[in-house]
Design a binder for this molecule. Structure first.
Ligand SMILES: [Zn+2]
Ligand SMILES: [Zn+2]
Length: 578
């Protein structure tokens, strides 16, 4: 769909015109056209060809000509002409939190600032604070905005976003006058990284709530504050997080939750269905002409569109709308389907607690089993176990398993796959374990051929039951290995080896779309927290969310099985391959 690009071009034209001091009426009309285009549920190009675009209210003849030009040539002459009138780096200034076109216009005209670096210097020299409409406070806020921009890609991990949302939600819930509160956006969908945190509030007291929010002690910088919406950078666990709070009447809370949860593509599909049924769907409700059909309750929006309710984690336009039409959405896995954690470390390697402490903690979570999987000898930084230490640990586990009632403690290991594709322990030792995880911890940057071969070869071992964190990525810090994931999935199916969904929010590895590929290939997935402490066991929810986003049902996940079923699953591979 070209809609998004065209809409952004109109928005950018409006920004440039504003910087150049163009006529207010013209600027506003460009912005409006941008919004109209982004709201059109069907492809602009198709509509143009069918002669339907001219029927959309608000699109005048000159806008239509520009859209036509873009569809034909991939550019808009008026946009190019505007771009030529400003230094190209000026648009970068608009990406700074707290800098709008108005601010850019002033620093450009008065200080000849065209780049982020120049703006930084101008702030340091004090000249930005002296500009009319700026002042010390605003200059400092912009400096923080630049700092934030330089430090981050603008996207944060799900756990950081969740922590920020909790801070704001708890605060808002305590101030009174709130009828309902709900996170929305990519956080509610459990996307692996989050741009900004969206929080939706149902209340009659919009202005008061926004004021309390923007004056809250955790707010670092207010980006915008209006009668129903506040935007601020907040201080959460050492990372600045952009949080938007929106207040809506309770009559449209469900519609707003649906709308602001997205994804954009999912919402486009829903609006198509509404348009076909001659209905109107927006953040206020689902309407037939002026009559509201659904609004307060999100489920009713789906129901009135003739769809099964769609779990927010599935709202990515990956076939969920089609499935909801014919009652064939998967019955996705839930956190309480999980019967145990098969990937945990103790203080024998790089964890911080004893076997009995983590087993007791697992028991309080209602788990039936826990598998101790400390590192193998080659992971020297992680104090990996020598064969002799592992033999002793197995003995210790067997003894504790008898002593501690109510949970089975399984003996396992996270064994390094060495550079020559062999395993860090010999099969005689692996045979004494209940469950073996294999993992690559070194040489992650080697060639696609090499890392793929190492992984496939490990799966050929009859004692290897699972490949941990198959791509090795660390979100925001390390790229995944260049591994042939399709080949890994195919071979996992052939060898009855499970692939891990590492639940640590730094990893989420496999990721959602790879989980779905694995499920389609009938590969079992294991959700492991890779906990190095008792608190680490709580990360399971992120793994379950990733599995859900991959459309996993409980049958697809190994650690929803009983202890006996896991044992027989392990025995089957040993028998088949030895
Ligand atoms: Zn590992
Ligand atoms: Zn581990």
């Amino acid at each position: 769909m070209k809609n998004i690009v065209i809409s952004q071009l109109f928005g950018q034209m409006a920004d440039i015109m504003e910087i150049l001091g163009d006529d207010r009426f013209r600027i506003n009309s460009y912005r409006k056209v941008g919004r109209i285009i982004s709201d059109i549920p069907s492809d602009v190009e198709t509509m143009l060809a069918a002669g339907q675009l001219e029927k959309i209210p608000g699109l005048g003849r000159s806008s239509l000509a520009k859209i036509q030009e873009f569809v034909k040539t991939g550019k808009i002459t008026a946009h190019q002409q505007l771009l030529a009138k400003i230094p190209p780096t000026l648009l970068e200034l608009l990406t700074i939190p707290g800098m709008g076109p108005k601010g850019v216009k002033v620093v450009y005209e008065k200080l000849k600032v065209t780049k982020i670096g120049e703006l930084k210097k101008a702030i340091e020299s004090g000249s930005v604070a002296q500009l009319s409409g700026f002042g010390e406070k605003k200059a400092a806020a912009i400096a923080r905005g630049i700092n934030f921009l330089e430090k981050s890609t603008g996207r944060i991990r799900i756990d950081q976003a969740g922590a920020a949302a909790d801070i704001v939600s708890n605060f808002l819930s305590s101030i009174g006058g709130i009828q309902n509160i709900q996170t929305a956006g990519s956080l509610r969908r459990y996307a692996e990284t989050i741009g900004d945190v969206d929080i939706l509030v149902a209340s009659k007291k919009g202005e008061e709530i926004i004021q309390s929010f923007t004056e809250a002690p955790f707010v670092q910088e207010v980006i915008a504050a209006g009668p129903t919406k506040g935007s601020a950078m907040i201080d959460a666990e050492a990372a600045p997080v952009h949080v938007d709070v929106r207040v809506v009447p309770k009559e449209s809370f469900g519609a707003a939750a649906q709308y602001f949860t997205g994804s954009k593509q999912h919402n486009v599909r829903l609006r198509e269905i509404a348009v076909k049924a001659k209905l109107k769907l927006n953040e206020y409700g689902l309407f037939k002409e002026d009559k509201i059909l659904a609004g307060p309750i999100e489920e009713e929006i789906y129901q009135k569109l003739g769809l099964d309710y769609i779990n927010p984690l599935l709202r990515e336009d990956r076939g969920e709308v089609e499935a909801a039409k014919i009652n064939s959405l998967p019955s996705v896995i839930k956190l309480n389907d999980i019967k145990g954690d098969l990937h945990v470390h103790t203080n024998a390697s790089d964890g911080n607690c004893s076997i009995s402490a983590i087993a007791e903690a697992a028991k309080t979570l209602g788990y039936k089993y826990i598998c101790i999987t400390d590192h193998s000898q080659s992971s020297t930084i992680a104090n990996g176990l020598s064969p002799k230490r592992l033999v002793n640990q197995i003995k210790q586990i067997r003894k504790l398993d008898e002593q501690i009632k109510g949970i089975t403690i399984l003996a396992g290991a996270e064994v390094d796959i060495l550079a020559d594709s062999s395993m860090d322990f010999d099969n005689k030792l692996l045979c004494d374990l209940d469950f073996v995880i294999a993992a690559i911890h070194s040489g992650l940057a080697s060639s696609r051929k090499k890392v793929t071969k190492r992984t496939l070869k490990a799966m050929d071992n009859p004692f290897v039951n699972c490949i941990a964190h198959p791509t090795g990525r660390l979100i925001g810090q390390r790229e995944p290995m260049d591994i042939d994931i399709a080949a890994v999935i195919k071979h996992a199916a052939e060898t009855s080896t499970a692939l891990e969904i590492n639940a640590n929010p730094w990893r989420l590895d496999l990721k959602d779309i790879h989980c779905r590929m694995a499920i389609d290939a009938k590969v079992k997935l294991e959700i492991g927290t890779d906990a190095h402490s008792i608190e680490g066991l709580a990360l399971m929810k992120y793994g379950v969310a990733t599995a859900t986003r991959g459309w996993a049902t409980k049958e697809n996940i190994l650690n929803t099985f009983s202890t006996a079923k896991i044992k027989s699953w392990v025995a089957k591979k040993r028998k088949a391959l030895s």
